[in-house]
Ligand binder design. Structure first.
Ligand code: DOR
Ligand code: ZN
Length: 348
């Protein structure tokens, strides 16, 4: 096979940031994706409908002319979020709300300290048909970082899903076999996104032969048996698992630091990375469902009617990209060769 024509994909989990950075991230994402679920972990976070609308307008200004791209907005849940915040957000077109346990990841200090306290908010979300997107890691300092996702499922996610059987829940960027099992065994309205880095890499790629800060993200890469479970999930063709890159830019000096930031910036090679992964797994026929159908179906949105074309052609991911503020950033998979390339001239 030398070309692949796919329904245009969407990215169900992306960090576009704000300000100057939008000039970089929005064209990179709109290059391939028609829609994207935009994460709200700005500083300060996007905690209400008005902030979401203002942020959406800033994103829209950065869309290159001639590109069709729809940013779908999310609300950042805190312990001060009210049921009225949910109703107002839903009425103003916000798609989902994101649960960050306080301290779990980048810019999550304002996140949720008491999950129980948010139960009335979850109830309102279920009534409003607003999706709950979850960063599924406990944050207790005595819990080993490699166990944090597993423990979150037992302690928090299972009870939430049982208590709110009509709430649509996406477990974001899953990294473990326990998450695959949990999502597979849950009802049809519980799904998960999977990133390219968690499919492509395991913790050896972070730690063997030296620390590789550009492979550091949260939830952290796990051992290879977990990577294999994620690969099996996408190979199965289950409609519960769909594309979410978690593309999350941090300047080079903030990654290559004595306390490096978590996040892999994959937007410039996202669909090509997934194509490579599916090709290597021998399941290119499963790519379109994962990348372009299952997410839209899960969210209850129409599938895209436009198409993209990928051609089999070697290219090398750049070693570095210069951000609008002049700072360099090292993209995910920098300097490495991919076998599939998006045909930017194709419009279908
Ligand atoms: O690696 C990550 N980076 N994981 C997250 O959950 C947040 C993200 C970011 O915002 O940089
Ligand atoms: Zn994220």
């Amino acid at each position: 096979m030398t070309e692949l024509i796919l329904t245009q994909p969407d990215d169900w989990h992306v960090h576009l940031r704000d300000g100057d950075m939008l000039q970089e991230t929005v064209p990179a994402t709109a290059r391939c994706f028609h829609r994207a679920i935009v994460m709200p972990n700005l500083v300060p976070p996007v905690t209400n409908a008005q902030l979401a609308a203002e942020y959406q307008a800033r994103i829209q200004e950065a869309i290159p002319s001639g590109k069709s791209f729809t940013p779908l907005m999310t609300l950042y849940l805190t312990n001060r979020t009210t049921t009225e915040d949910i109703v107002t957000a839903k009425n103003s077109g916000v798609t989902a709300a994101k649960l960050y346990p306080a301290g779990a990841t980048t810019n999550s200090d304002a996140g949720v300290a008491s999950l129980q306290q948010l139960y009335p908010v979850f109830e309102s979300m279920a009534e409003q048909n607003m999706l709950l997107l979850v960063h599924g890691e406990v944050t207790d300092c005595h819990i080993d970082i490699f166990d944090r996702e597993h423990k979150f499922i037992e302690q928090h996610l299972q009870p939430i899903v049982e208590t709110f059987p009509t709430l649509k829940v996406v477990m974001e960027h899953i990294t473990t076999k326990e998450a695959v099992q949990f999502v597979s065994g849950a009802s049809d309205i519980v799904g998960a996104t999977i990133t390219p880095q968690h499919l492509m890499l395991n913790r050896n790629d972070l730690l063997v032969g030296g620390i590789r800060p550009h492979n550091y993200c949260l939830p952290v890469l796990k051992r290879n048996t977990h990577q294999e479970a994620l690969q099996e999930a996408v190979c199965s063709g289950s409609r519960k698992f769909f594309l979410g890159t978690d593309s999350a830019p941090h300047e080079k000096h903030k990654k290559e630091s004595d306390c490096g930031c978590a996040g892999c910036y994959s937007a410039w090679s996202a669909i090509e990375l997934y194509a490579q992964i599916f090709d290597d797994l021998g399941v290119l026929d499963k790519l379109e469902g994962f990348a372009s159908h299952f997410g839209a179906d899960f969210y209850g949105l129409p599938r895209n009617t436009t198409k993209i074309r990928l051609i089999q052609e070697e290219w090398t991911v750049p070693e570095s990209i210069t951000l609008p503020n002049g700072e360099p950033i090292v993209p995910f998979h920098a300097g490495q060769v991919l076998q599939w390339k998006l045909d930017q001239a194709f419009s279908g």
